[in-house]
Design a protein around this ligand. Sequence first.
Ligand code: SAH
Length: 482
Amino acid sequence: MLFTITYTGENPTDLGYLLHKNPARPQTADLSFGRVHVFYTETGPERCTAALLLDMDPLDLVRGRRASGGIFDYVNDRPYVCSSFMCTAISGVYGTAMSGGCAKKQELADTPLDLSVGLFMLPCRGGVILPELLFAPLGYEVHVEESALLDEQFPEWGSSPYIKLTIRGKVRLRDLLNHIYVLIPVFDLQKHYWIGDAEVDKLLDHGRGWLPDHPEKALIARRYFKNLRNLARSALDRLDNGEGAAEAFPSGKDELPGVSVNINDEPKTTSLPRLNTQRLEAVFNTIKKSGAGSVIDLGCGEGHLLRLLINEKNFTRVTGVDVSRTALEHARDKLKLERLPEARQKRVSLLHGSLSCRDKRFRGYDAAALVEVIEHLDENRLDTLEALILGDARPGILVITTPNIEYNEIYGISRFRHDDHRFEWDRSRFQSWAEEAARRYGYQVSFEGIGGADEKLGAPTQMAVFVREEIPGSSPRRPPCV
Ligand code: SAH
């Protein structure tokens, strides 16, 4: 990944003093996740460009740290894109410049200069308006080069989310570096280190002098903290001495303001309870009505459904399963399991497991839920999923929810609601899949829409409820481990 800074001015190679990097001498430093090289690509009479190249070995990312246990530990975009790793590299090699210190040219360091920055392979999840929203209010001219289609044979896959971003402005070097440092992770929504309270101090420190007045500060805080509301709220509280946060997080609402940027599952359209809340309530009520005593939430994520389940005394055994250890850690934190009374604690367990392999631990539950999970699996893995859940685990009732793609028209979404969705189905496709699966494994299935329905396009979420048929003597097919 490459990050360039160009200074256009009277003695452009003074950039070397400001960055504390000699234009005549390329330098290399070792970081825990790779090597960083600083060199100059031009040192002409009018312009001087310093390049920071981050060279990461994908295997170094996995070695020596606790992996999440999936293929994504090994196959991911991190070594090839501008992400929080780049921010760590920037603060590592340009730390003194970021603090504004320059003994030899302090006056220049304190002066707004004609500077431009190139960020190559910046993951722009949130649409191409994001660079403009973030950088224009800071006085930069913004230029975005979008990537081509991912594959010309499959235009429906859309174009790659990686962009080349160039910004140009009259700005002090230290401010420019701090803007970049804070805003790269805002584009990306991923960070390679644990985000805790100390990050609030870091954001305020690097945002000093500009973030409090930024019109998109709520959006910035929300995305900087990967949608962790408490941290975003705490940062905004401190930025505004408590005034702005109330406005940014309307009371009682479970949603955050700012532009709709494809990170919540659905854009905000009404003041009705958020779709996510309606969905969880629908699933919870269906399971409760079934009279189930034990429930397993497959793909439980951060534990939203689990929270409802553990507060209901009828459920004597509640289990959450997820393939992501990070999601399970968040679930553990959010549910505050350690603080629950012992009796309630005993009823709950979190399991690290995958829905691609038969797992005895999934058996013996009265009810199972797959809430907004199937669309995260490749379509050709669904046969396996059916066999594992309906064929092997065989809960008395299984509740599945998934987006209704027809409704995306109302949201103005041309493809899927989330970057990680492998497919989204219309009602007829979902129903024919579910009916076939039910028939194959001896279940009755019925359907319901969740969320305000459109007459023609249906409801935003579709739900299937499978109820096991009790046929004496029948023995379900047990699939092999896949
Ligand atoms: N049910 C949760 C989370 C939905 S997001 C909710 O409604 O809030 C989808 C979840 O499925 C993610 O947490 C993801 O880690 C999990 N997931 C995706 N593939 C999986 C697999 N093969 N096995 C287990 N969990 C999986």
